[in-house]
Design a protein around this ligand. Structure first.
Ligand SMILES: Nc1ncnc2c1ncn2[C@@H]1O[C@H](COP(=O)(O)OP(=O)(O)OP(=O)(O)O)[C@@H](O)[C@H]1O
Length: 749
């Protein structure tokens, strides 16, 4: 007979060991009895394990990865005593080996259900990350005269009577549900019950509930354990099943309950428990005040029935939108109903802005919480939550994705993941072009792994869609190499913008600058410079043209300015570029508009600029007419640096501009850029040189087309056209010179 390091534990009781000692003392020496006894003593196993509380796991077992189970010397199905770190309550729990999917690659972390956590911690909030629990080996009290058993196979005693109470929930109606069969099926398996526990009985797709789905929208029914009677004394719980236990049903009761996922996996770590299923106030609107009041009181009454609960009233401003006397009567009714409400019903109302609610409604709520767009770490957590359960390719970096998604809200991120899934499906279907439809279906069912390219395609689609409606921040792709010449200007901008970013310690000295005004003739590269600053400093870029923000409705123009800054703050670090600033902020008192809209816009702009210190938002303005801008904007602390971006007059810097523009073009080796510039007029802006290059490009395209056409008739030339590269030759650069001069002359006037 051989014993491995863990085999004796499997054998089990001291009776057996004593029997061995009587028949063969040598054998016991060989298997080192003292070691075995030490490990079998009740104090032998007392350790801490890290566990995750998962809403997707159910049951009342502690799931442990196989290796951890082996290391702890525990057996699959063995009962242990479990307590939270604070040691509030001790419960018996069976330890079960987690399969690979449940373990999810974790080798050191166990898993428990939210219900078990709720019962263990007596209703404490579910921890978002792993938490520490204490495990103690369980050995039941042996009856007097019998030696203590240390067998891993012993289980808690069976209860003779179990008294349960159904718990009210907003997701089902206790009074109409018939749960006899549900409970009878549930107790086919022995379940551990403890007085005060909450039992979650799964009912998803149960045949008794399916026909009238309106009765129950919950995947579980809740029952509270009122009392448990057992013949044997039981600490930490007893087992209950159909065979040994008589079940008694008491009257329904109110009790807090942990959050369950309605309709598959939910973003449970982001939603506080109870905040699923909000009431949209649109559904409370009615033709008359009296009808709205009836609907309102019905909702609050229902909330009272299922208390403790959180009642979420979405879009409260829509309910109180009525005008005049109707509105004040509704407000008074809401105030009265909220005042009469039980304190264990927490009412949370939402509105897009606090200003959308009247000043008599706001004080009805104890706290006002303003929710801003998520920052990078929050976006990363949201992306993690949204992609949980999806298969991600090895090249998908959620940290990086969180960086690229600045300015996006939770809804946008959810759309991003949905769009990426669609893109992955599309990619897969394209790759299997010649596959039969049955095969295609099989492939899709086997799961699509989301790659980086899917997320990038989805992000681009989302940003393009957003850019059409509101200004959405993006990281541009203009580098310093794309801006030719302007060395002095570049240095000045870098000193102002990148220094505070690279040396944040300077901010503490109050050296931060938040605004820069680029001025100069048109086409000299002001927009290009601002984009290059954003790219090189890895900042988002939000470009706004002054006239875009002006709106005919009273107050809307100021609101647009406010929104631009709010978006920039949520996308920080961000560069906001105001093109044509003179049209947005003309000198006050001179704009001549009847309602003084421009004056209010300037005031709004001033107050926004004053709050930018240390927010990571940098403002760059551009104008051709700095003299028209309101002087208060140009004082230090706002647009505190004025940088002149002029026309490149020397050939050297013009050559640099030309080289920067032609960086991405293919040039014939014979092209001599200096010779071309010699033939140009002395004053050439970047835009003029760009026009020159565009014309040359058009000529090259024409040449290519004629070559292709020739090749169709003449096989001799075919060998020249088998390449699709466009080469700009000296001839084509020379050709449009006259035109450039014309453009240039126009720009000067
Ligand atoms: N220094 C430069 N280097 C490279 N390209 C330039 C440069 N300056 C201008 N360009 C080219 O001219 C185009 C127009 O420039 P940009 O829009 O930046 O001018 P701007 O000064 O902002 O004009 P406006 O005042 O009319 O808005 C750019 O897209 C770019 O191709």
């Amino acid at each position: 007979m051989t014993f491995g390091p863990y085999r004796p534990l499997e054998l089990v009781s001291t009776d057996v060991l004593q029997m061995f000692s009587r028949c063969s003392p040598e054998l016991l020496i060989k298997i080192s009895l003292s070691d075995v006894m030490k490990s079998l003593s009740p104090q032998a196993l007392e350790c801490r394990v890290e566990v995750l509380v998962s809403p997707l796991s159910d049951g009342s077992s502690l799931l442990l990865p196989r290796l951890l189970l082996l290391r702890l010397g525990l057996f699959n199905g063995q009962w242990v005593r479990l307590t939270t770190g604070g040691g509030a309550r001790e419960r018996l729990v069976s330890v079960v080996t987690a399969d690979e999917q449940e373990a999810d690659g974790q080798e050191e972390t166990g898993l428990i259900s939210t219900t078990l956590w709720f019962n263990l911690s007596e209703g404490e909030p579910v921890p978002v990350s792993a938490t520490t629990l204490r495990i103690k080996r369980w050995c039941p009290e042996s009856p007097p005269g019998r030696s203590q058993t240390l067998s891993a196979a012993v289980s808690p005693p069976f209860a003779s009577e179990l008294h349960l109470q159904p718990v009210h929930s907003p997701l089902y109606d206790c009074s109409t549900l018939n749960y006899d069969r549900i409970l009878s099926e549930y107790f086919t398996t022995p379940r551990l019950v403890c007085e005060g526990d909450l039992l979650s009985v799964p009912v998803l797709n149960h045949p008794d509930l399916r026909p009238s789905s309106s009765v129950c929208r919950s995947p579980v029914l809740w029952f509270k354990v009122q009392s448990v009677s057992s013949k044997e004394e039981a600490t930490g719980g007893s087992l209950a099943d159909r065979e040994h236990t008589s079940l008694f049903m008491g009257v329904s009761t109110n009790s807090p309950a942990p959050l369950v996922c309605v309709g598959g996996a939910s973003l449970w770590s982001l939603n506080p428990p109870g905040l699923s299923g909000a009431v949209d106030c649109v559904s409370l609107c009615a033709d008359s005040f009296a009808a709205s009041e009836v609907k309102m009181s019905a909702i609050l009454e229902r909330a009272e029935q299922v208390r403790p609960c959180v009642l979420v009233l979405r879009n409260l401003h829509l309910l109180l939108r009525a005008s005049g006397a109707e509105q004040s009567r509704l407000q008074a009714a809401l105030g009265r109903l909220l005042h009469e409400l039980n304190t264990s019903v927490v009412v949370v109302a939402s509105a897009p802005r606090a200003s959308d609610l009247s000043s008599s409604v706001v004080p009805l709520f104890l706290h006002q919480v303003s929710l801003s767009g998520p920052e990078e770490p929050q976006r990363r957590d949201m992306l993690r939550g949204l992609t949980r359960g999806l298969e991600l390719g090895p090249d998908v970096d959620l940290e990086r994705l969180a960086k690229l998604t600045s300015g996006l809200l939770l809804g946008d991120l959810s759309a991003l993941v949905a769009e990426a899934t669609r893109a992955a499906r599309h990619r897969l279907l394209q790759a299997t072009n010649h596959c039969s439809s049955a095969h295609e279906e099989e492939l899709l069912l086997s799961g699509v792994s989301l790659q980086k390219q899917d997320f990038m395609a989805a992000l681009k689609a989302l940003q393009d869609a957003q850019a059409q409606t509101v200004a959405a921040p993006k990281i541009p792709s203009v580098r310093w190499q794309d801006v030719g010449g302007l060395q002095q200007v570049k240095r000045q901008i870098l000193d102002t913008v990148s220094l505070p970013l690279t040396r944040p310690e300077l901010l503490t000295l109050g050296l931060e600058r938040t605004g820069l005004l680029l001025y100069g003739p048109p086409g000299t590269g002001k927009t290009l410079l601002a984009k290059a600053v954003a790219t090189e400093c890895s900042m988002n870029f939000l470009s706004v043209k002054g006239p875009e923000l002006i709106n005919m409705y009273v107050g809307q123009s100021e609101e647009n300015v406010r929104q631009v800054f709010a978006r920039a703050r949520s996308a920080a670090p961000c560069v906001v570029f105001f093109d044509e600033l003179d049209s947005l902020a003309p000198s006050r008192g001179r704009s001549g508009d009847s309602g003084g809209v421009m004056d209010r816009v300037v005031s709004q702009l001033l107050s926004e600029l004053d709050t930018l210190q240390s927010t990571g938002v940098f403002v760059i303005g551009a104008t051709n007419r700095p003299d028209l801008i309101d002087q208060s904007l140009l004082r230090p602390g706002r647009f505190d640096k004025l940088v002149y971006v002029g026309v490149n007059e020397d050939r050297e810097s013009q050559l640099q501009v030309l080289q920067a523009i032609l960086r991405k073009f293919d040039l014939e080796p014979s092209v001599d850029l200096s010779a071309i510039l010699e033939r140009c007029p002395g004053h050439m802006t970047g835009a003029d040189l760009y026009a020159l290059c565009c014309d040359a490009m058009t000529s090259a395209v024409k040449r290519k087309i004629s070559l292709i056409q020739q090749s169709e008739t003449n096989t001799q030339t075919h060998k020249h056209t088998n390449t699709w590269f466009l080469l700009i030759t000296q001839k084509y650069v020379n050709e449009p010179r006259q035109h450039s001069r014309h453009v240039f002359n126009e720009g000067m006037t």
